[in-house]
Design a protein around this ligand. Structure first.
Ligand code: NOJ
Length: 509
């Protein structure tokens, strides 16, 4: 079948701060990523998505951008970026970069100019300033806790759906459109293959910024805050730019929504090629829930994506462990096989191939996610899935940084057993399993049809075929018989006497 590359790609998310540190300052960087490209090529992924590495005061780990056209010195330089793209391409890996259009940093030149300019000025028109008196202009709450408004000494308020250091841009101002079109071209000219769009469903807010009931402030298909219809105009403009470059350049939207139909609205021939499908990542370990997510997605979204973890959520190994302790790793490995058997593309999060758990006991003083501070320590935030990767050795920094450097978050002592080096030498490791699964998928995928067919499944299990491939997963407490087959191609755990044990998945032909 002739597909554009992204259609069935396995994309590996690199949270740059936590992937590999070449400079020795304890923070991951672009040179670190470049050195580890052989690892990613061996793993068998098709593309990497790099979290923001632009100039930033790092109030939200780089999702507060002060210059969209430069690399933060913490992460390296534009030369490092160019070298990374060249080397990735030489190894057959595509590069997706993160674009953050909903808000800039408060240190961005535009926001600084807005602060220096009076109310009603063109400088302020690029953001969402409003008068409010003593109280904020409306009741909106920040996604990171607390009010979504901050007041300036001159009495005006500005909107920030995230931290106060992340003022929301005003997409009703044409200047904002022109600026981002130019930023897209800047990175496309440097050879990127695509963009991951941060908060893709948030750019427009309802005119008049009306008060909104708390339940409608959560991510929704449409509310005064999220999913405004005008947003789609932006992606139509962006698509024209992407299509004006050779080589199937693409964009994938971070769309948190409560409806598959809404997700599909972003994925259209003249809009985005993909949007992240977070339904599975929010589903419990349940065959009914899994089947519903799969059916809804395949019936609704033209170019499906599958995501189990990313840098914003508790790692899925740990999510699955929370309900049934001790099952997390087996379940995570089983879910991978289902994900990789489905039509569409799979997004992996760094470290899941090592079976890393969430780090739940970080000392409070080390936590850096603004959610932790803004919620007064009530919410741990996302640091637990962002702990730097263990590459090698038996003590911190486990090869993440040169010896002697302190990683920006401490790594658990148990991670000595999970290092990439150790797992690479063990054919029974999680890493070796991911490599086998990815290699097998690569060898099969272009011969498989775009749809699946469900087979009758024993209680607690799911079984489907995709052309010649049969995939079964057992989510229940008892072993179930294996579906009819000639060969076992791969299983996520050991299979005995023709049965599929609990928390295990298998590929059969
Ligand atoms: C979504 C990103 O994935 C998250 O890490 C960030 O904090 C928010 N958007 C705000 O940019």
């Amino acid at each position: 079948m002739d597909f554009p590359w992204w259609r069935d790609a396995v994309v590996y998310e690199i949270y740059v701060r936590s992937f590999a540190d070449a400079s020795g300052d304890g923070v991951g960087d672009l040179a670190g990523v470049r050195r580890r490209l052989p690892y990613l090529a061996d793993l068998g992924v098709d593309a990497v998505w790099l979290s923001p590495f632009y100039r930033s005061p790092m109030a939200d780990g780089g999702y507060d951008v002060s210059d969209y056209r430069d690399v933060d010195p913490l992460f390296g330089s534009l030369d490092d970026f160019d070298a990374l793209v060249t080397d990735a391409h030489a190894r057959g890996l595509r590069v997706i970069v993160d674009i953050v259009p909903n808000h800039s940093s408060d240190e961005h030149a535009w926001f600084q100019a807005a602060l220096a300019a009076p109310a009603g000025s063109p400088e302020r028109a690029r953001y969402l300033f409003a008068d409010g008196g003593e109280l904020p202009p409306n009741n909106w709450q920040s996604t990171f806790s607390g009010p979504a408004w901050t007041r300036l000494p001159d009495g005006q308020w500005y909107l920030h759906l995230f931290a106060p250091e992340q003022p929301d841009l005003n997409w009703r101002d044409p200047v904002v459109h022109a600026e981002f079109l130019d930023v897209l071209r800047f990175w496309l000219d440097r050879g990127v293959d695509g963009f991951r769009i941060d908060v893709a469903m948030g750019l427009y807010k309802a005119a008049g910024l009306p008060d909104t009931p708390p339940e409608d402030q959560a991510f929704k298909a449409e509310s005064p805050i999220w999913g405004r219809p005008e947003t789609h105009e932006v992606y139509r403009e962006w698509r024209k730019v992407l299509d004006s470059y050779p080589g199937d350049r693409m964009a994938v939207g971070e769309v948190w929504t409560d409806s598959a139909e809404d997700l599909a609205r972003y994925v259209r021939p003249d809009e985005l090629q993909q949007s992240f499908n977070f339904a599975w990542l929010q589903a419990p370990w349940s065959p009914t829930a899994f089947r519903e997510v799969i059916d809804d997605t395949l019936a609704t979204v033209p170019s499906p994506t599958w995501v189990l973890s990313n840098h914003d959520v508790v790692r899925h190994r740990t999510r699955y462990d929370e309900t049934d302790p001790g099952t997390g790793l087996a379940r995570a490995k089983a879910a991978l096989l289902v994900m990789l058997a489905l039509p569409g593309s799979a997004y992996l999060y760094q470290g899941e191939e090592l079976g890393l758990p969430e780090v739940t006991d970080l000392p409070p003083g080390t936590r850096q996610d603004p959610i932790f501070e803004r919620s007064g320590g009530e919410l741990f935030g996302r640091d637990g899935c962002r702990v730097p990767l263990p590459w090698s050795g038996t003590a911190m920094p486990y090869g993440f940084s040169p010896d002697g450097a302190r990683p920006w978050l401490p790594q658990p002592v148990e991670w000595a057993a999970l290092s990439a080096e150790r797992q690479a030498a063990d054919p029974g490791s999680t890493l070796a399993y991911y490599q086998r699964a990815l290699a097998l998928r690569r060898s099969l995928r272009r011969s498989l049809p775009d749809g699946i067919a469900w087979l009758d499944s024993p209680e607690g299990a799911l079984v489907f075929t995709r052309g010649t491939l049969t995939c079964a997963i057992n989510c229940g407490p008892d072993p179930v018989p294996l579906p009819p087959h000639e060969r076992v191609l791969l299983s996520s755990g050991s299979i005995h006497a023709g049965t599929l044990p609990p928390d295990t998945a298998v590929w059969l032909s």
